[in-house]
Ligand binder design. Structure first.
Ligand code: PNS
Length: 175
């Protein structure tokens, strides 16, 4: 969508390795609050990522493009606040699940405010059914052969199966 100085733009950053239904819930709700929501995949986010940054972006686009016209998915490098400022964003969106998320997110929010006082961090509480959901949990269930179809979009579930299928050549799994 075209941007102008009056557009309210927010950035929802994360590793999204891979995107879960919890992430999509936050994207859907945040996209309703802003003119444009930029879902920003951290190139260096996440330890030992299963999916490359390009794969994570492609999966998110597959799910978001037809559903939310004001959502744009992209990769970012370096400091999040610099990326957000360059995009003209007024807010950072973070999803909060349980108390365990709070300390880390609070620290990040304060550090980001120190770096960019004009940029607000807004927390959206998770929907109750996603309270336990994380990309790590999804990957662990999938690795151990469990059913993740109710936890992630179909396209992500298929890609997880391909990645983790022992019949898939190692070079494709690690791409
Ligand atoms: O989904 P995640 O792993 O919680 O996402 C983490 C992410 C990508 C949001 C975080 O690592 C990040 O903001 N990285 C950018 C680097 C940065 O700006 N660091 C300073 C923030 S205190």
């Amino acid at each position: 969508m075209p941007t102008s100085s009056s557009n309210r733009i927010a950035v929802y950053p994360g590793s999204f390795d891979p995107a879960t239904n919890g992430h999509l819930d936050v994207i859907g709700r945040a996209s309703g609050l802003f003119d444009e929501l930029i879902v920003a995949v951290g190139r260096n986010g996440g330890k030992n990522p299963l999916f490359s940054p390009d794969e994570r972006v492609a999966l998110l686009r597959e799910v978001c493009d037809d559903r939310w016209p004001n959502v744009r998915v992209t990769i970012f490098d370096g400091l999040l606040v610099e990326f957000a400022k360059a995009e003209g964003a007024r807010a950072l969106i973070k999803g909060l699940r349980a108390v365990s998320d709070f300390e880390y997110e609070f620290q990040m929010a304060l550090a980001n405010r120190h770096l960019a006082p004009d940029l607000e961090t807004l927390f959206l509480m998770t929907s109750a059914e996603h309270l336990y959901l994380s990309s790590s949990i999804v990957k662990e269930i999938a690795r151990l052969g469990g059913d993740v179809s109710a936890l992630v979009p179909n396209t992500v579930a298929h890609r997880l199966l391909e990645k983790l299928d022992p019949a898939t050549p190692q070079i494709l799994r690690a791409e």
